[in-house]
Design a protein around this ligand. Structure first.
Ligand code: CMP
Length: 139
């Protein structure tokens, strides 16, 4: 069991650059909060206009963020779905699985709780969201 836990933790640290940004206690906490989710190719994981229910971290597979100006492919280690959670607004784009995907999902109330307790992580995620928004405006 302990070995399993260590392996899972190691895997998360290696896969997600964001994970390496927080201390060990916060990593343990995230591991408990993450809900595993999977999607077959073609599945719409996020629908533009919906309320945000969670932030997704890609463990395996790939997704496409469908913007009016074109599609952006996100691969393992990337995250998506942070924008609507940060703004409290609606989903800004459709996100479609293009492979068989496995995600770790941080649900909205866990996201709010965790981010309020880890402002450094909130800042990193917010900065990323801002860059993405800027890029979408310019494209
Ligand atoms: P959200 O608006 O909650 O749902 C759609 C998601 O698509 C959004 O959060 C971002 O995570 C993602 N997204 C939007 N624009 C971009 C972009 N330019 N690059 C990468 N991901 C994006």
């Amino acid at each position: 069991r302990e070995r399993q836990h260590q392996l899972k933790m190691q895997q998360l640290i290696e896969t997600f650059p964001l994970f390496a940004q927080v201390d060990e206690d916060a990593q343990e906490e995230l591991l408990l909060l993450f809900k595993a989710k999977s999607a077959p190719p073609g599945e719409r994981v996020i629908r533009r206009g919906d309320r945000g229910d969670g932030m997704f971290f890609i463990s395996s597979g790939a997704v496409e963020v469908r913007l009016a100006s074109g599609a952006i492919r996100l691969e393992p280690g990337s995250f998506f779905g942070e924008m609507a959670l940060l703004t409290g607004g609606r989903r800004s784009a459709d996100v479609i699985a293009v492979d068989f995907c496995q995600f770790e999902v941080l649900e909205r109330r866990d996201f709010n709780m965790f981010m309020s307790r880890h402002p450094n992580l909130r800042a990193i995620v917010s900065e990323m969201a801002e860059k993405r928004t800027e890029m979408n405006v310019l494209r």
